[in-house]
Ligand binder design. Structure first.
Ligand code: ANZ
Ligand code: ZN
Length: 794
């Protein structure tokens, strides 16, 4: 430390005690039930004058494992955004809640013999404490829990509206059945033929199911993707999942029969190259043509083999093609009248298109494989021009209606009463919610019903219509139901939920706050939650509950945080980093900062155990810088070097724009550079220190608030104004003008930018060094390169 003109008081500097500081500020924030972060009061109208921003996190499933460093990543990103927007004058809504129904809680409850409601309550308590320990600025007054009857009353209400509009219906369908969870799964929940939850085998079974008609929204779900500011890959995943394809329906008459096989093709121009037809093994033509089929035994055997195969397995490209010819059956190609053979194979799916294809081995890979294996002809002919196609236009979707019942206990009861006389009758609104009864035995039965079916008192009810004896639907809703509309629930508040629907769906508030401006969460939800929630939101738009067609304007995905070994974190690998340990050793601010500094938010990145130490040191440095300079009582000098001032303005700009674009890692680097330069300055006025604190505060709110107070700040930083930069200050205003004589470097001068040729010439001629070079010489020519050099030719 240099001791110049100033007199330092040699005092012991307080060290950066993150434990004390973080505890202190968390207590202050918790006062008044976190009202400081309340965007609006439930009793008040929204603050119309201020700009609003709704910053939403994907709420966690409160598992027994507690918070993961991956949660911390996304939640820190949204917290930085929220704090930044508040400092920019926005009224920010930043809520949090619990997505607590579903298989994991139930499976865990069965394993530990504790009721799921108890498991959930315990886990929620732990999660909440963890989130608070990280200093996230949530408006906890708006906390919601999807398993709260006041909450799921409205999940049930929406289901009833869907039912009334014919968008919820019962159908007997082949479904994915998980042999271990003993329940039906949605197509989206089956990954590589296995249950996404427990990795067990998934079978095909025919069961009567509640189904939601998401396919009625297929086109709108597709078209409206274009208006969303979402990562392109997520949009593309949804597009593929919806899988719209335009093609034609073409009829292939069966020779010597009244029957015609209709196929769906996206390439009608290849019809001349069709050398055989393939039916799905479940195709109705097969029993119809039974009398003609000469090898019935073989055909029946193949059909039986197919029954237990999942769709995913059947279309897996790596699988060797199998199939059987329907001997005795020929189809006629309507384009060229050729008689061609008819086959069955499991690579043709019954629920896509018409369940039958025209095979063109010359142009289609799967057909080629099949033809090669079974020695079928491969015909090389030109494409058929458009005017010669036959067949009507047809649009097909890969998207299937959403199988919505689960044969499990821990979910929202489906609010339907089954009456022998009247059929399916929705529960009248005044009887909602249909509460999940507290029972002792909630293990799955393995049958097509949930454990609720065993509770006679609950099941047997009067039919709301004819008052005759009736039974409740005993299936429950899937895990995804509650999260379909939770972005609305935060706005409406649970205390109002006991009322009627007209009172609950407060249009003024919904219109003011929707759509969600920024939604942060993992990419794993690309085709599940994000598609379902869009579907329900569009439905709620159609029935007038909301005024926007889309729920989430901007989506930001956080990348996976991998273990230090570069592998996905998992208990069995032993590479899980526990955020609690990090908070204990380094503090919440260090953890937040480190997770944002690891790399671009959306990238997957491995945990570096030394990384957090580096960020912790950085915070120590900031602490010492601010506290240390604070000891200097000299106030005469409030000027700082021009270069540092310029860097300050450049940093404000960089940090501001980086936060706006979710580039938190580069924002932190800029702060590090600034801190290094500030350390070198002999003087750092209070105002500049305050400015640094403000820039740091969204990232590391505890230390920032403590330092702010130490410098005399009274307010919470959330309500301080975000610093502004001066564009003029940012540009480098001076440069080194090079002076040459006859093209040789002779001197350099620090001059103002945009200096004119005559000014530069004058300066050069007055320069002592240059004067020497010019003695007795006459200037013949001057070459001037603006902002670079002046060359005197003699
Ligand atoms: C003849 C053809 C020639 C075809 C060619 C493709 C390429 P997308 O785009 O996914 O909709 N197909 C139709 N129904 C099917 C089913 N139920 N199971 C399996 N495959 C089926 O695919 C449409 C194409 O997939 C259709 O166009 C059909 O094969 C096949 F060079 O017809 B195509
Ligand atoms: Zn009835």
């Amino acid at each position: 430390m240099t001791i110049g003109f100033f007199c330092y008081k040699i005092e012991k500097m307080p060290a950066y005690n993150f434990k004390k500081i973080e505890g202190k500020w968390q207590k202050i924030w918790a006062k008044n039930k976190y009202k400081i972060w309340a965007a609006f009061d439930f009793s008040n109208k929204p603050q119309a004058k201020k700009l609003k921003s709704y910053v939403l996190d994907m709420f966690p499933y409160p598992s027994g494992e507690g918070l993961h460093v991956g949660h911390v990543e996304g939640y820190t990103a949204s917290d930085i955004t929220s704090r930044f927007l508040r400092m920019n004058g926005y009224n920010v809504l930043h809520p949090m809640g619990w997505d607590a129904f579903g298989l994991p809680a139930e499976n865990y409850a069965i394993k530990t013999k504790t009721h799921p409601s108890k498991v959930v309550a315990r886990n929620v308590k732990r999660f909440k404490q963890q989130l608070k320990s990280l200093g996230f600025s949530y408006d906890w007054q708006r906390e919601i829990n999807t398993t709260d009857p006041d909450y799921y009353k409205w999940t049930q209400w929406i289901f009833i509206q869907l039912f009334k509009k014919g968008l919820a219906y019962e159908a007997e369908l082949p479904v994915n059945w998980c042999v271990s969870c003993k329940t039906v799964l949605a197509n989206e929940e089956v990954v590589d033929g296995a249950c996404d939850r427990c990795q067990s085998r998934v079978e095909r079974r025919n069961l009567k199911q509640w189904v939601l008609k998401i396919t009625a929204y297929a086109d709108r779900l597709l078209e409206d993707l274009d208006r969303l500011d979402w990562p392109e890959r997520v949009k593309e995943m949804q597009r593929n999942w919806i899988g719209r394809s335009e093609g034609r329906l073409i009829s292939f008459p069966v020779d010597n029969s009244q029957y015609a096989i209709e196929v769906f093709t996206t390439k009608p121009d290849t019809i001349d190259g069709t050398t055989y037809v393939v039916l799905a093994p479940e195709h109705p033509a097969i029993p119809y043509l039974k009398a003609k089929i000469k090898n019935w035994q073989e055909v029946a055997g193949y059909i039986a083999d197919t029954e237990n195969k999942s769709e995913r397995d059947r279309i897996a490209e790596a699988r060797e093609k199998t199939g059987v010819e329907l001997k005795g059956v020929k189809a006629v190609n309507p384009y060229n009248n050729e008689k061609i053979s008819v086959w069955i194979s499991d690579y043709v799916l019954i629920h896509y298109g018409t369940g039958a294809i025209m095979a063109v081995p010359r142009h289609d890979e799967r057909d080629k494989e099949f033809a090669t294996k079974f020695n079928l002809p491969i015909k090389d002919v030109p494409f058929v021009p458009k005017e010669k196609w036959i067949g009507e236009k047809k649009i097909n979707y890969k998207l299937r209606d959403w199988i919505f019942s689960r044969q499990r206990y821990w979910g929202e009861p489906i609010p339907i009463i089954k009456c022998v006389k009247c059929g399916n009758i929705p529960v009248p609104e005044e009887d909602l919610p249909i509460e999940l009864p507290k029972i002792k035995k909630y293990e799955p039965t393995g049958k097509a019903e949930s454990p609720l079916a065993a509770i006679k008192k609950w099941v047997n009810v009067k039919c709301p219509q004819c008052k005759g004896p009736a039974k409740r639907e005993t299936n429950t809703m899937p895990q995804w139901a509650g999260s379909n509309w939770y972005h609305l629930a935060y706005l409406l508040g649970s205390q109002k939920s006991k009322g009627k629907s007209q009172n609950y769906w407060n249009k003024k508030i919904l219109d003011h706050w929707l759509p969600v401006d920024i939604y942060v969460g993992g990419v794993e939800h690309a085709v599940l939650h994000l598609l379902y929630a869009r579907f329900w939101h569009k439905f709620l738009y159609d029935i007038g509950v909301v005024s926007d067609k889309e729920p989430f304007t901007k989506l930001v995905n956080q990348g996976l945080i991998l273990g230090p070994d570069g592998q996905k974190m998992s208990k069995s690998r032993g590479n899980v980093v526990n955020p609690d340990d990090m908070v204990k050793s380094f503090g919440a601010d260090s953890l937040r900062l480190y997770e944002m500094f690891m790399g671009p938010l959306e990238d997957p990145k491995p945990w570096d155990p030394r990384g957090i130490i580096g960020l912790h040191r950085f915070l120590n440095k900031v602490w010492n810088l601010i506290i240390d300079r604070n000891q200097m009582k000299d106030s005469r000098q409030s000027k700082i070097p021009l270069n540092l001032d310029r860097l300050i303005h450049q940093t404000i700009k960089k940090v501001t724009e980086d936060i706006q674009n979710f580039r938190f890692n580069t924002a932190i680097s800029a702060l590090m550079i600034l801190v290094n330069e500030m350390e070198k300055a002999s003087q750092l006025p209070i105002a500049k220190r305050q400015l640094l604190i403000k820039l740091l505060s969204p990232f590391a709110p505890h230390i920032a608030q403590e330092l702010w107070q130490k410098l005399g700040g009274k307010n919470l930083l959330d309500f301080e104004e975000w610093p502004k930069w001066d564009e003029k200050m940012i540009q480098e205003e001076e440069f080194d003008l090079i002076i040459q004589v006859n093209g040789k470097f002779r001197a350099a001068l620090r001059v103002k930018k945009e200096i004119s040729e005559s000014e530069a010439k004058k300066l050069a001629l007055n320069n002592e060094t240059i004067k020497k070079w010019l003695i007795g010489k006459e200037i013949k020519k001057v070459i001037f390169v603006p902002n670079r050099l002046i060359n005197l030719i003699v």
